[in-house]
Design a protein around this ligand. Structure first.
Ligand SMILES: Cc1cc2nc3c(=O)[nH]c(=O)nc-3n(C[C@H](O)[C@H](O)[C@H](O)COP(=O)(O)OP(=O)(O)OC[C@H]3O[C@@H](n4cnc5c(N)ncnc54)[C@H](O)[C@@H]3O)c2cc1C
Length: 389
């Protein structure tokens, strides 16, 4: 079975007419070209496949990133993730690597990298996480020391998607460690820069190029700095504000595919003389899966719509969308595996692929726990500033 076109009816109120054409185009590409392909056999194959996918995603699929059309980015990720979680990751990393350049307004960097990135000629990466700085980003130890017209970077980063295969890395480093988050700056580091090093792959259970990188006296021109010195953390947060809804959209794509597979199986598989779909315990699962999925999509497209209306920060909306959708997708995919029975844990089955792929979404770009801390902090802050009475 190939991935289906996402059902736009529940989210219709959040879309513009142009979004329909885009959704149809990406879905057709995803279901005809991506869905039939076998999963790469190992990490090396996944790395090669990611580069192939980047070239193929050209043809307009990556355009919404440059346009900063977040609803379109969500539609693209939803369709891609339903067919190929690896293709979705390729889209996501182009966005994560290029959006800081766009938001910073650093025109030379935009001119050098965004066109090539959107055309699929240059692969991007986003390097924030470190061994001692995961959720606590401000604890990062990578430094960038000013030296004349350059900065010199030293340190290492782990869990970096596209590590070793990207052409350009958007890197966060501290220019003033005593200032914590207010001392973090952001730099564009081309992969061929002397002192930049791909250290090792970190192999996941699902195909996703990941790894460790290091900087040793890695010199980049000051012109490669995005935003002012010390404003890199804010730039990173603004980037994540916009892209977290798209992580939720990817989760929805995986959830929708899982529901589709489970429904098809429940209708065709007969036990005790009738289709599984006629058993009420199976119906209960299907009903909860569909309801969860619709609720998740409404939060995702509401967050993206809010960002598209020009809101400077969409922190709470994005945190709700990301945490709810990724947790919901996990439940949906798990229920789909259960409905498939033994067939659902065969490595070749799409729901097994989804089962291995959906898990990381609750962790990367801020864990569910961190999203809930963000939401609760805003609730408390609002309650404290609201006039009493
Ligand atoms: C597939 C994948 C791809 C990734 N790609 C990238 C990338 O391209 N670039 C990049 O920079 N990073 C990337 N990451 C890293 C990712 O962003 C981090 O893994 C994530 O931010 C969590 O950090 P950590 O793994 O160090 O976990 P930790 O921060 O150590 O957290 C471990 C657990 O403790 C919980 N926890 C932490 N602090 C609190 C708290 N205050 N209150 C309650 N609970 C808390 C967390 O929620 C989590 O459950 C990727 C990760 C994965 C899995």
């Amino acid at each position: 079975m190939s991935a289906a076109i996402p059902d736009l009816r529940p989210i219709e109120a959040f879309l513009d007419p142009t979004h329909h054409a885009l959704a149809a185009q990406v879905s057709a590409f995803a279901s005809h070209t991506l869905a039939p392909r076998p999963e790469p056999a190992d990490d090396d194959a996944a790395r090669r496949e990611a580069r192939v996918l980047l070239a193929e995603l050209e043809h307009g699929t990556l355009d919404p990133i440059r346009a900063q059309d977040w609803r379109a980015c969500c539609l693209a990720r939803e369709a891609l993730a339903a067919a190929s979680p690896l293709a979705d990751a390729v889209f996501a990393l182009q966005a994560l690597g290029l959006v800081p350049m766009l938001l910073s307004g650093n025109q030379p960097m935009i001119d050098r990298w965004v066109g090539d990135g959107i055309a699929g000629r240059a692969m991007a990466a986003f390097a924030m996480t470190e061994p001692e700085a995961g959720s606590d980003v401000a604890a990062m130890a990578t430094t960038a020391r000013r030296d004349g017209g350059d900065y010199v970077l030293d340190g290492r980063k782990v869990f970096i998607s596209n590590a070793g295969i990207a052409d350009v890395y958007t890197v966060f480093a501290s220019t003033d460690r005593s200032a914590g988050g207010k001392g973090i700056s952001c730099f564009v580091v081309p992969a061929e820069t002397p002192g930049f090093q791909f250290v090792r792959p970190q192999v996941l259970s699902s195909p996703h190029p990941l790894g460790e990188i290091a900087f040793e006296s890695c010199r980049v021109p000051a012109a490669n700095r995005l935003a002012e010195e010390g404003k890199g953390f804010g730039l990173g947060l603004r980037t994540l504000d916009r892209l977290r809804a798209t992580v939720g959209a990817a989760a929805c794509g995986m959830g929708a595919r899982a529901l589709q597979e489970a429904l098809a199986h429940a209708r065709s598989r007969r036990q005790f003389g009738k289709p599984l779909a006629e058993f009420q315990l199976v119906q209960d699962k299907l009903a909860r899966m569909a309801t969860d999925l619709t609720a998740a999509r409404l939060l995702v497209y509401h967050a993206a719509w809010t960002a598209d209306r020009g809101a400077e920060r969409v922190t709470r909306e994005a945190a709700m969308a990301k945490s709810y959708a990724t947790e919901a997708a996990q439940r949906i995919v798990d229920d789909a595996v259960q409905i498939l029975g033994g067939a659902g844990v065969l490595a070749s089955h799409p729901v097994d692929r989804l089962y291995r792929s959906v898990r990381a979404l609750r962790i990367y770009e801020g864990t569910t726990e961190i999203q809930r801390i963000v939401i609760a902090a805003q609730l408390v802050q609002e309650a404290e500033t609201r006039p009493s009475g």
